[in-house]
Ligand binder design. Structure first.
Ligand code: HEC
Length: 163
């Protein structure tokens, strides 16, 4: 082979690798693992342990909202900060990488924004925010829960598929 044709072979290999890498990045970072849900939402397909982890984190979100609103009703701003921080972004670091790859980019963005919203509520409460200001911030944050629930569902676990 001439050196010109070797160059073409190398170029072709590089292009193929770039396409493969691009495809992997697209799948793991942008698209995730999804299927259409019967109700028109996008259903994320997770294995049973990942599904349980996600739903547990969701229940922690509600528990966090309960504690924040309870503390707000007592005007106990240190307790507001502690309750909000407990569901803040430190919480999101425990998500396994394999599971992150199954979540669409928009989902991950909304999820991190929600965790960071709790961080912001905690920081503001520490910095002297009033309970009314905090309630406004919490109400805006709850809008993100509503937005995500309107767009995304979890695919049913295999044992109940087709039920
Ligand atoms: C990034 C997307 C997203 C955000 C943000 C989000 N959720 Fe969820 N949540 C989901 C999905 C997906 C499910 C599964 C729903 C389904 O399959 O119908 C779910 C389920 C739940 C459940 C049911 C848990 C169970 O055990 O069945 C609760 C409660 C919940 N979310 C609360 C919240 C609260 C409160 C917030 C905001 C503080 C929130 N979620 C924010 C995506 C999200």
């Amino acid at each position: 082979m001439t050196s010109a044709s070797w160059n073409r072979v190398h170029l072709a290999i590089i292009v193929v690798l770039l396409v493969v890498i691009g495809g992997l990045v697209y799948t793991f970072v942008v698209a995730g693992s999804t299927q259409p849900a019967a109700d028109g939402r996008v259903a994320i397909v997770l294995d049973p342990a990942e599904r349980a982890l996600m739903l547990r984190e969701m229940r922690e979100f509600v528990a966090g909202v309960e504690r924040v609103t309870g503390a707000l009703a007592r005007d106990d701003m240190p307790a507001v900060a502690a309750a909000a921080r407990a569901v803040g972004s430190a919480k999101a670091r425990g998500v396994p990488v394999g599971m992150l790859g199954k979540l669409p980019l928009e989902f991950k963005t909304l999820a991190y924004a929600t965790h960071r919203g709790f961080d912001a509520i905690a920081a503001a409460a520490d910095a002297g925010a009033t309970s009314r200001q905090t309630l406004t911030a919490l109400s805006e944050l709850l809008g993100q829960c509503v937005t995500c629930h309107a767009r995304y569902a979890l695919a049913p676990p295999p044992s109940t598929a087709g039920r």
